[in-house]
Design a protein around this ligand. Sequence first.
Ligand SMILES: [Zn+2]
Length: 367
Amino acid sequence: MKTKMIKTLIMVLSMRIVNNIKTLYAMIVMLGAVGCAPQTEFEVATWHGFKQCAISYTMEDSYDNQFTTALPIFYEHDYPCTFFVTTRWCDRTKWDALRVATTERGCEVGSHTVDHAVYDTLSKERQKQDILDANARINVKLPMYKCNTFAYTDCVVGDTSIISKHYFAARGCHGYVERATPNDYLNISSIMCGSNEAVRTLDDFIYAFNTARSSGGWCIFSLYDLDDGKGYSPLSSTVLSESLDYLKQQEKSNSFWVTTFKNAAKYSKERDRAKIEFPKEEIKKDGMSKVKDNDRLIISLEDGLDDDIYDYPLTLRCPLPFGWKDVEVLQNEVVIKSEIKTINGCKYIIFDAVPNGNKKIYLINLG
Ligand SMILES: [Zn+2]
């Protein structure tokens, strides 16, 4: 009986949203299966690691204090941040800092134009040229880095037909916590910070965090100058540091995913389009052919998006199949990190996988 358990596979896909968790139901007829839930019901987490909401800190205008004051604070807390750079305002020291931040610290560099031109004052042709010039500059200075996000200057949305050709996501500033699925990826809301804006104290930050947590959304902060800087709307570096302390203290609650703008944008789009399938025929690869059918589960995870851009791993979980004790998860024949966690009395396998239908995922029973 058990040996036939996983042998008979029928797969059906449907989707629904429960408590902000997009659930992909893939049902298998399993003979003799018992357990907490259908054993091959895969859920894609709304946010990475099944955290309740996403938080992104973005900085624009390339003020000196962002490099000398803010960046060390992000490093100290081991959180990444996003720099929307105005390329002509970056000197050599700043580019050097950005190189380290992107290669070693998971930070992001997006474009914020060449010299802060406001796009509604530019013709379509000049907007296009400005985008090309800014990207070319970033590419020369950070040759290993692909810039594909943008922040509008003065919150003025440019010509989105041009923007969308060069960037997969762009930040605006509506001033509210964005939904888990933004209405418009080319005008994603952010909340402006500092002395001229609404969010300037630790309490203001905590209020925004809690709003994000209760809505399951995505809170993006826009930061400008800091402390006694002469630039726009300086934020106290003490407040910045305390806001990150708060997020650190909350890590155990699994509430906040602190990540860059681009990673959250990728995750959101991938999650909404993710489909799980159970391939009927699988070419038996070396090693895999030795595994019995009821000791493995093969799935493919596909989002239909461009794999060159959308490469961020999604977090998935499914109940531990009947009779399994320990598990190894592989994608594209490489072992990926997984864990078994008990949730409401049921054991789940939790793992991160990149949505790419060609890179099959194997869940193997280690007995
Ligand atoms: Zn700006």
